[in-house]
Unconditional design. Structure first.
Length: 351
């Protein structure tokens, strides 16, 4: 039987990770029959990447539950599924697809693009019902973390991160003397408590982090805020604008990136941008994993924020950490393509 691969994209980060692989597979005609279903949350990524295959179907929030997915899979003759792995806290469509694959006996392959987000695999009761049969992980460290939590070491594969593999250092100059540094606050949602509030909206002693940063930077920096697509909208200080640039433009517009463990922070470091990783008590519970490489300045005392911005002599990145990251990313597209193609020869493995 000729394999019929269904590609489903929902989580923006996993989508950005998968697109270079899907482009290579489509260009090389390596898979004879492929169908594409994209969730609306992946739209910005696929538009930026100009990846809109003919016949792509778009779905909205939770329109396809598990029985509907199962019916669709059986009618369309799909034999294998390749998908993102998305948090079920806001939208369970991705999880329901994986669950439908289990019920229909179809092998599923998911891509884990980061070192966090273990809730993506679990239902409301903490059961890993949304775990694909096979998982492509960003590195061996993530394979180890998933094996420790859920088992199944023989179904975990370190393939790198294809979107990051493409990132090359840019010719970025130092901040101009006499000009206030331009700082981009890179937000991400707190998905641990279910609020999906942006991390800069976390409060301590009655004041939000974003308000405290604005107060510290009044005379030393110009702050701009980049919300995460999944976070709950909120009111910002009047002096802080919202960034809507493409990722490619960020390196040309800003001198610093400030955040916790967003993939955009790591991409900026790989481009050569100065980064500040916030390691503050109020943010400790906002993520269930951390980047296992040191790549920027780790800020543990908020009061030192203006001093770090003012020190133009500080190296933009930590070389040792970046060398380790680049080693882990080597041949990401080729390794992920090989995993996808070998997936088409596999049968489903559930449990």
């Amino acid at each position: 039987m000729t394999p019929h691969l269904l590609v489903y994209l929902q989580d923006p980060g996993s989508t950005r990770c998968l697109v270079p692989v899907l482009q290579a597979l489509a260009g090389g005609r390596r898979v004879q029959r492929t169908s594409y279903v994209f969730h609306h949350t992946a739209r910005r990524v696929v538009e930026e990447e100009r990846f809109m295959p003919e016949g792509t179907e778009w779905v909205d929030s939770e329109r396809l539950d598990e029985p509907l997915w199962r019916s669709r899979l059986e009618r369309s003759g799909v034999t294998h599924v390749l998908c993102t792995i998305a948090s079920p806290r806001v939208d369970r469509t991705n999880g329901w697809l994986i669950q439908a694959c289990r019920a229909s006996g179809l092998p599923s392959l998911g891509i884990m693009d980061h070192w966090k987000g273990f809730d993506r695999f679990c239902d409301e009761g903490g059961n890993p019902r949304y775990r694909p049969d096979w998982i492509g992980c960003i590195d061996e460290h993530m394979c180890g973390e998933l094996e420790r939590r859920f088992g199944g070491a023989d179904r975990l594969f370190a393939v790198g991160q294809p979107a990051l593999e493409r990132v090359r250092p840019d010719s970025l100059g130092k901040p101009e003397p006499g000009r206030r540094p331009r700082v981009l606050l890179v937000s991400q949602p707190n998905d641990r408590d279910g609020s999906f509030d942006g991390i800069f909206l976390q409060s301590r002693e009655g004041r939000r982090l974003i308000d405290r940063l604005a107060g510290l930077a009044t005379d030393t920096a110009s702050l701009t805020y980049r919300p995460h697509p999944k976070e709950t909208p909120a009111t910002l200080p009047t002096e802080i604008e919202v960034d809507t640039d493409s990722i490619a433009e960020i390196g040309r517009r800003y001198d610093w990136l400030v955040g916790v463990d967003s993939m955009l922070m790591l991409e900026g470091a790989l481009r050569g941008m100065r980064t500040i990783v916030l390691d503050l008590p109020e943010l400790a519970s906002s993520t269930d994993g951390r980047v296992p490489y040191e790549y920027g300045h780790r800020l543990t005392e908020l009061a030192r924020f203006p001093d770090v911005l003012a020190d133009s002599r500080r190296p933009p990145v930590v070389d040792t950490g970046l060398r380790q990251i680049r080693s882990a990313l080597r041949h990401s597209v080729a390794r992920t393509m090989a995993l996808v193609l070998s997936h088409l020869d596999r049968a489903a493995v559930h449990g």
